[in-house]
Design a protein around this ligand. Structure first.
Ligand SMILES: NC(=O)c1ccc[n+]([C@@H]2O[C@H](COP(=O)([O-])OP(=O)(O)OC[C@H]3O[C@@H](n4cnc5c(N)ncnc54)[C@H](O)[C@@H]3O)[C@@H](O)[C@H]2O)c1
Length: 249
């Protein structure tokens, strides 16, 4: 019960990793606001509350300055504080430099990079007011090593790894720790893992994972919960790779 009395926001909270993370934090005592763009959000939150988990939903586009500001306001108005921000929302972006349109490039940057910047920007004052806390961003192993055909996505995830270093230095004296997780390809692919992870099952990518399987949302959720918890109180500015050894080769 590492999060009793704590309040968290999880963006992309209706997706695979986001919902698993929200449920993990709530099962350890947190009150959690999941933010997403999907109409399923209310249903997901209600189902969680039926199980006794304190999860509520707010529609918010992480690429919108005003909507992220409002998300943080809504959380502090509802529960009086904010301790943890999980900046997890992200979209896939396929294509090489040649095949990626400028519009597609900007769309991926808006969500994956500007979205995390806005989550940090607007949550810092609220977390500082609570006496400190943690921000965890979801990057990707694709931000640590090159990956063919995912130029925009890989660019954003690589930039996130350095964003958390820079932001961690800026907010260290506020007692706000800022870290990232870098998941490998997940089983049960969802929109962001998408076609690539589905193809991985048939295309033999699993064989390139030393632990012999792809990741699960819960593998990532437990790492995010660790980084967000007091157990990680001396960890900031770093990224934790959760990839079954994929990038160790
Ligand atoms: N699935 C994988 O294999 C994998 C691997 C490495 C990293 N990741 C990263 O993990 C994060 C979560 O991905 P996932 O696998 O759970 O995928 P997912 O598609 O299940 O979840 C992403 C969620 O983000 C939401 N979202 C998209 N754009 C948004 C926006 N502008 N504002 C608010 N919400 C928005 C979507 O509606 C969705 O519910 C992403 O950042 C993704 O890049 C995923």
């Amino acid at each position: 019960m590492r999060f009793v009395g704590r309040v968290a926001i999880v963006t992309g909270g209706c997706g695979g990793i986001g919902l698993a993370t929200a449920r993990r934090l709530a099962s350890e005592g947190a009150r959690v606001l999941i933010a997403d763009l999907t109409d399923l959000g209310e249903l997901r939150a209600e189902a969680a509350r039926d199980e006794g988990l304190q999860i509520h939903y707010q529609r918010a586009n992480v690429a919108s300055d005003e909507e992220v500001a409002q998300l943080v306001r809504a959380t502090t108005e509802r529960w009086g504080r904010l301790d943890v921000m999980v900046a997890n929302a992200g979209i896939a972006g396929k294509g090489t430099a040649e095949s990626t349109s400028v519009e597609a490039w900007r769309r991926v940057l808006d969500v994956n990079l500007t979205g995390v910047f806005l989550c940090i920007k607007h949550s810092v004052p609220a977390i500082r007011a609570a006496g400190g806390g943690a921000i965890v961003a979801t990057a990707s192993v694709t931000g640590c090593v090159g990956h063919p055909g995912a130029l925009a996505y890989a660019s954003t995830k690589g930039a996130l790894i350095n964003m958390v270093r820079a932001a961690a230095l800026d907010q260290a004296r506020d007692n706000i720790r800022i870290t990232a997780v870098c998941p490998g390809h997940l089983e049960n692919p969802t929109a962001a893992g998408g076609a690539e992870a589905r193809a991985a099952h048939t295309g033999g990518l699993v064989a390139r994972y030393p632990l012999g399987r792809l990741g699960r949302a819960d593998d990532v959720a437990s790492a995010i919960a660790f980084l967000a918890s007091e157990e990680a109180s001396f960890i900031t500015g770093t990224s934790l790779v959760i990839d079954g050894g994929y990038s160790a080769q």
